[in-house]
Write a protein of this length. Structure first.
Length: 312
């Protein structure tokens, strides 16, 4: 069960917190300038989708509380019929649950910009649609999750020209549909890298001695083989580093030489999404290789600096 849980938790992400059943109060759940809004993020810390949401919240200076979810038992989210993370609980007078990282970001961003609608009304603009995968599994999709629900005046203020909005949406989708799937195959590429990844995960997860040893070695073996299946599923090259390098350079090319960020002088939602996905590899060999063999480092360092300034 432990190995199955590890495979499930890490199959689309990069990390595992098997024993994190306590709350990590990295941010106080204070009232926001936008209103009486309290935020609680249910997450796996090293999940790239969760990291995207944290990057967005941090950049916008939004206080939030973190609840680390056990990816095997998931008892921390037993209140929810939606069984994935991230889940964001927002309380603006009454509790409201937001699911899916891109929906969370689009809805909260809309709320910060628009004063016309309540958060509950905004969330209703992102209805889940049930679909069936090729394997016959029922899943929920959000077809409009990359849209900000703004009126014409608000839209022109945020997106002076149509192309700016189209570009942001395109690359947010790219981060979800392609970039995120390069993480696990790269951080678990070899047995040595898989072991190093789980060594980091166990240290961060504050495991007991025996539990930590079991999770480190058995989890590393499990995820090494899972990463091979993911490589085949997403049609990656034999050397998955090449896909990572190509993706990083493709992003840098899209940003261009004359902009600090895709958003211009400040990051937009695409910048935050790409940064959030990539930073889950920090401290691992895949991340160091990407910095050496691609042109992404200057943009990445600018992202680190601007988010750190926002958090102060």
């Amino acid at each position: 069960r432990l190995l199955l849980g590890a495979a499930f938790a890490l199959g689309g992400g990069a990390g595992l917190y098997l024993a994190a059943q306590h709350r990590l109060r990295e941010h106080s759940a204070a009232e926001l300038p936008a209103g009486n809004l309290q935020l609680t993020l249910y997450q796996y810390k090293t999940c790239p989708f969760c990291s995207k949401v944290r990057a967005f919240l941090d950049y916008h200076g939004l206080p939030y509380e973190i609840v680390e979810v056990n990816p095997i038992m998931r008892k921390e989210i037993k209140f929810s019929s939606y069984r994935k993370v991230p889940i964001l609980l927002a309380n603006a007078g009454s509790p409201l649950q937001l699911n899916d990282s891109s929906v969370i970001i689009s809805a909260i961003k809309t709320y910060l910009i628009s004063k016309r609608n309540s958060l509950e009304e905004i969330v209703s603009f992102y209805p889940p649609v049930k679909t069936v995968t090729e394997q016959g599994k029922e899943v929920f999709e959000y077809g409009n999750k990359y849209w900000l629900m703004l009126d014409e005046k608000e839209t022109k203020r945020v997106y002076p020209v149509k192309e700016v909005r189209v570009e942001e949406m395109k690359w947010r989708k790219w981060a979800d549909d392609w970039l995120v799937h390069l993480i696990s195959p790269n951080v678990y590429r070899t047995p040595r890298e898989a072991l190093a990844s789980f060594d980091y995960i166990v240290r961060e997860g504050k495991f007991g001695t025996l539990e930590g040893l079991f999770a480190k070695y058995m989890g590393a073996v499990a995820m090494f083989f899972v990463s091979k299946r993911l490589k085949k599923r997403h049609h990656l090259q034999d050397n998955v580093r090449e896909d990572l390098y190509e993706a990083a350079n493709e992003w840098v090319k899209a940003v261009g030489k004359h902009r600090l960020f895709m958003g211009g002088n400040q990051p937009n939602l695409a910048d935050l999404a790409v940064y959030g996905v990539l930073r889950v590899m920090e401290g691992l060999e895949a991340f160091d290789d990407m910095m050496v063999h691609t042109k992404i480092q200057p943009w990445y360092q600018r992202m680190e600096e601007v988010i750190q300034k926002a958090e102060v």
